[in-house]
Design a protein around this ligand. Sequence first.
Ligand code: HEM
Length: 67
Amino acid sequence: MIGPSFIEIAQRFADDKFANSYLPKKIREGGTGNWPGNIIMPANNQLSDQQAQDITAYILSFRKMHY
Ligand code: HEM
């Protein structure tokens, strides 16, 4: 595993009211230090804010998944 799955991200941020502002920034900027493994997620600067918000909504929709 390199980064967290969309299901794991959705579950961690399910009750986080700041997720809709925090996650688009993380998707665009990448980074490290929030999940196990000390692996760096690369930046995605080519995305617009709107695109990053749309991807965030898609990821957070996985909180409804049961497995
Ligand atoms: C469609 C592309 C991608 C999206 C939408 C995406 C989204 C995310 C999100 C939302 C997080 C959680 C950030 C947080 O909790 O602060 C994350 C973490 C992470 N992603 Fe991605 N990611 C993508 C591609 C990648 C790629 C290509 C890699 C590696 C080659 C990667 C590696 C990681 C790693 C290592 C973390 C954990 C970073 C940490 O510990 O802070 N991601 N990603």
